[in-house]
Ligand binder design. Sequence first.
Ligand code: PMM
Length: 281
Amino acid sequence: MTLVMGIVNVTPDSFSDGGRYLDAGAAVSHGLSLRAQGADILDVGGESTRPGAERVEPAVERDRVVPVVRALAEAGVVVSIDTMNATTALAAVEAGARIVNDVSGGLADPELLAAVAPTGADVVLGHWRGPSADMYAQAEYGDVVAEVLGELARRIEAAAAAGIAPSRVILDPGIGFGKRGDQNWAALRGTTRLAGLGSRVLIGTSRKRFLAETLTAEAGAEYTDVGEDRLDLGTAVTSVLAAHAGAWGVRVHDVAATVDALRVARAWEGESRWASPTRSR
Ligand code: PMM
């Protein structure tokens, strides 16, 4: 069964829910309400990765996320830490995080994979071609799926060389990271092939710009005019399709809508179709 990872951003500038949960207590209550709505995992992040975002000092990031990770882990939640920094990853794992979610797949901080290896935590390796500040400069592809798969296969090798077995790896095609509009749809169409590499697959489409562009394309409206409700509906649909294609997990802001969407889709398909083709936790 596909797992739902709820997003808990502890940043002042994330494009979708930033600012609201900068206070640790508010972030923890938001996380607990996402769990009550059916989230299986909570992904805590202290650095915005939205296009154009500047990097945050690791010490600032650590101060933001560690108290939130600790409180949620103590409440019995499976916590994932969304970071590209080795020091933040280690501090979060010490505070109880069980998954390190690195959208850069270990490329942004060359120490991260070796640092996480001895902890036993699982690691999300995202497809990434460069920092958010100039990520669209890297969005040149011949065959999107072949290149994403090839580059992620090399990240699995890098993780293995650092001491992280493929069974601890979760692959993510990095929707919105170094990919424009249609390149994201192409990457999503490759989900089943990505799962074929043998690791679990995580898909994150939630409230992303390519969804807003798709929702406004026919009407010729500005993508920035699309409200959260319409983006969350688009997210729920893509999350169902990701599950259908074999994703192990989906990363979303609106947990309640995604849980309902997966419930309805599961009723159509029957339980057996929804067993993940790769290892589930
Ligand atoms: N997207 C964002 C942040 N972290 N992590 C994974 N594994 N996959 C994603 O697609 C992903 C991520 C950007 O979205 P946000 O700023 O709304 O959290």
